[in-house]
Design a protein around this ligand. Structure first.
Ligand SMILES: CN1c2c(nc(N)[nH]c2=O)NC[C@@H]1CNc1ccc(C(=O)N[C@@H](CCC(=O)N[C@@H](CCC(=O)N[C@@H](CCC(=O)O)C(=O)O)C(=O)O)C(=O)O)cc1
Ligand SMILES: N[C@@H](CCS)C(=O)O
Ligand SMILES: [Zn+2]
Length: 758
């Protein structure tokens, strides 16, 4: 018999119950007990949803982030919150977001750094480490969840992050060696494993996704030492890897003294033969056979073709599961009422993926005939998608075939363009701007909701959004900014908004996926060849420009970011989808230029984030990603100034590619590193203009003028002042107007001080 299990379930809830409970708790509208009750109900529901599985994950639920949970479980709590008032959860929220429910009127501590989880759009709170870090186990929250699971008779398999991945995800502030902490960390893990075993858990899933990255010898050796030590714990370990292939780490994994391993068989199907040869004869092999990163139905026939022989060989040693936690997909496709039924038929969200797993298990255990109807229905769906005229557009394919090097090349080099742009825009030194979005207020979201529900007609909705844009322009006039934005009020999200307007995309009503904490995104579904039926942003930008004499930035999301934050096709290379997006957004750029827009920003927030997990694959990715950006941006006249924006700026390794994008201006995040991240630009002699973010928009703290001046002076030590812009780190959509206005006032005042001193 094959064993079925799951690595993790989306915790936000099919109706985003957790999001609303959290935000209400932070506002003080619900009590801690009520929040805890919502958590308990969600866990119960999710375990029921998974009750057909042989083993159900416990510990995958989190009130904010599973990595932060691990930090609290290991007692690795930053000193700055340790002795503050309130309960553990309040301190937990202080690390997560800089404040607890109690501190809503002040911002007591700075939040932990947040960064993306491997190559996903999920963001975790970075463990803070130093040579002094001590660990002291407090498993009470995990044990309480286990107790709840036991009461509900759930066949529980606790899920924890492994010690090596935990250290790898962390950052040391004192440049000390993270691996030196391992001997201090392991005793906490051994005690934890014993406690879990004492609670009756036969298996513990220990996640070590870093095994799909390139590990140097010291990390490889640390794996051996760590898992030798963990043998002392009394639970059986299922060591889980996901998000890619094992490659050089395969022999290492097979040597580790664990009772089972899980691999991502979607990416690593080719490695199964080698694994079977090298694994000890009694080790369980769990295969992630359902894609946990995408929303397409699995081709069950094709899967069974290769899985049946593996089952015959391994018998009860074979387990099957989704490739990774289902955190990265929406909960339930059956809630969708507005998707084109033909497309809906091709899709599977978390619940449907678990159904697919059951069908596979039945087929393996009792023969395909036992699930004949299900297999036929699956085959029909797969074939309909493969041959659908909705997917294929010959005109788009022809346009892609015609792409050549001229499309991505501007008429003149940056130096000549800069002279023409400067003559036209007449900007002061240290020009000030913002990144695009202004606060997405409850009123804006409610208006859009009413529009969607049909309670507000298009004319009224448009008028309301125009009012917001007008307010945004007025505020920027009053602040004295130099280059304006329209504020993105009309956009639900910087990716979904474009997905909704492009042919080849479908979008869901309830397909929410957690991005960080209570924040969610609804990735649009890229199912077919992409084209742009009509202009998407021009009317809004023209309207905004009509309200001011200051230059108004056209605001677009770039092809690489749209691709990386969508659910993408699995029937063609990502590069092809990206080129299709590039051609579509290029048309929008040219339309904006035609409409008289002189500054166009093309956000590529996910270009760096989308780097493959293995460095050996970077150059291939960067080649098509940068070329896609160039195709999008570079069809304009010299006088049109192209901006791009990236939220993170650790560019040391890819600075040549960033320069090769040839944007006239790039705005980036640098304030948290006190401009040190600009060193990469300095060392490379980056030739174009840079707006190093002068304050962290993720924090409610108001940056002070003097601090901004100091930061810009540091920037000017690295980049010539004539090429510097002054702007925040990222968009302001998650902030309130009361925070934005004083922050920008100080930013503009700082720019004036800098100009006066120049
Ligand atoms: C820059 N970031 C982004 C990433 N990925 C994206 N796809 N988009 C991004 O901007 N990745 C990296 C970062 C992650 N950062 C964020 C920041 C903020 C959010 C966020 O605020 N998400 C919102 C949802 C946004 C949205 O789609 N809004 C819709 C629907 C709003 C809604 O919930 N409506 C309610 C009713 C409204 C009411 O009555 O009040 C409903 O439908 O029930 C819209 O504006 O129309 C969030 O709330 O989580 C995400 C990632
Ligand atoms: N223009 C977008 C970029 C976010 S990365 C915004 O300002 O929200
Ligand atoms: Zn950003």
């Amino acid at each position: 018999m094959v064993t079925t299990h799951n690595l993790g379930f989306p915790r936000i809830g099919a109706k985003r119950e957790l999001k609303f409970a959290l935000e209400n708790y932070w506002k003080g509208d619900v009590t801690l007990d009520q929040l805890a009750e919502t958590g308990a109900q969600l866990r119960q529901r999710h375990w029921q949803n998974q009750s057909a599985l042989d083993l159900v994950p416990v510990g995958d639920f989190s009130f904010y982030d599973q990595v932060l949970d691990m930090s609290f479980l290991l007692g690795n709590i930053p000193d700055r919150v340790r002795h503050l008032d309130g309960n553990t959860l309040d301190n937990y929220f202080r690390v997560a977001r800089g404040r607890s429910a109690q501190d809503s009127s002040c911002s007591c501590v700075h939040a932990g750094e947040m960064t993306k989880w491997f190559d996903t759009n999920y963001h975790y709170i970075v463990p803070e480490l130093s040579a002094e870090t001590e660990f002291s186990l407090d498993a009470s929250r995990l044990l309480a969840q286990l107790a709840q699971a036991r009461q509900l008779k759930v066949s529980a398999k606790p899920v924890i992050i492994g010690p090596l991945t935990y250290l790898w995800l962390g950052k040391t502030r004192d440049a000390s060696d993270k691996l030196a902490l391992l001997p201090r960390l392991l005793p906490a893990y051994i005690t934890l494993l014993n406690q879990l075993a004492e609670q009756g858990c036969e298996w513990v899933q220990i996640d070590e996704p870093i095994l799909v990255t390139e590990l140097d010898a010291s990390w490889q050796q640390a794996f051996i030492a760590a898992y030798d030590a963990l043998q002392a714990g009394s639970a059986k370990l299922l060591l889980a890897t996901y998000f890619g292939q094992l490659k050089d780490n395969l022999p290492l994994l097979c040597k580790l003294p664990v009772q089972g391993i899980h691999i991502d068989a979607i990416n690593g199907q080719d490695e199964i033969g080698q694994l079977i040869q090298q694994l000890p004869a009694d080790t369980v092999l769990s295969l992630g056979v359902i894609n946990g990163r995408n929303i397409w139905k699995t081709d069950l026939h094709a899967t069974l073709e290769w899985l049946e022989p593996v089952h015959r060989l391994l018998q009860t040693r074979l387990w099957i599961a989704p490739s990774c936690s289902l955190l990265h997909v929406p909960v339930d496709l059956s809630s969708e009422q507005k998707l084109d039924s033909r497309i809906q038929y091709w899709l599977a969200f978390a619940l449907q993926k678990l159904d697919e797993l059951q069908i596979l298990a039945k087929a393996l255990n009792n023969g395909r005939v036992s699930v004949q109807e299900e297999l036929i229905a699956n085959h029909v769906a797969i074939e309909r998608r493969r041959t659908s005229s909705l997917v294929h557009n010959p005109a788009v394919k022809a346009a892609i075939a015609k792409i050549d090097a001229t499309l991505g090349k501007r008429n003149s080099a940056y130096e000549q363009r800069a002279i023409k742009q400067s003559a036209l825009l007449k900007l002061p030194d240290y020009p000030t701007t913002t990144i695009g979005s202004f606060p997405q207020t409850t009123e804006i979201r409610q208006a859009r909701n009413q529009f969607r529900l049909g309670n507000l007609d298009e004319v009224a909705y448009k008028a309301l959004m125009q009012n917001e844009i007008a307010r945004c322009v007025r505020e920027q006039e009053a602040l004295g900014l130099d280059v304006f934005v329209h504020g993105e009020a009309e956009r639900n999200d910087m990716v979904e908004y474009f997905g909704e307007q492009l042919e080849g995309y479908a979008f869901s009503q309830f397909g929410w996926v957690q991005s960080y904490g209570s924040r969610c995104v609804k990735p649009p579904i890229l199912f077919g060849d992409i084209s742009r039926p009509k202009a998407m942003t021009v009317e809004w930008i023209k309207y905004a420009q009509s309200l001011t004499d200051k230059p108004m930035k056209g605001m677009l999301t770039g092809p690489v970011t749209i691709l990386n934050w969508s659910f993408v096709r699995d029937d063609q290379p990502r590069s092809v989808s990206c080129y299709q997006l590039a051609l579509a957004i290029r048309e929008e750029v040219l339309d904006l230029e035609q409409a008289g827009v002189r500054v166009i920003q093309i956000d590529e927030a996910a270009l760096r984030e989308g780097l493959p997990l293995r460095r050996s694959q970077w150059s291939e990715y960067l080649q098509w990603a940068v070329e896609s950006f160039r195709i999008t941006a570079n069809g304009v006249q010299d006088e049109t100034q192209i901006h791009t924006h990236m939220c993170y700026s650790e560019f040391n390794d890819i600075i040549a590619s960033i320069a090769n994008m040839d944007a006239d201006v790039i705005t980036i995040e640098t304030s948290r590193s006190a401009m040190e991240l600009l060193d990469a630009f300095d060392d490379f002699n980056y030739p174009n203009q840079i707006g190093p973010g002068v304050y962290d928009i993720h924090s409610p703290n108001i940056p002070n003028q003097e601090h901004i001046v100091q930061l810009m002076r540091k920037a000017a030590e690295r980049i010539p002042a004539q090429r510097l812009w002054v702007n925040p780190d990222c968009g302001l959509k998650t902030r309130a107007w009361e925070e934005v206005i004083p922050a920008l006032k100080n930013m503009v005042a700082a720019a004036r001080v800098l100009r006066a001193a120049a």
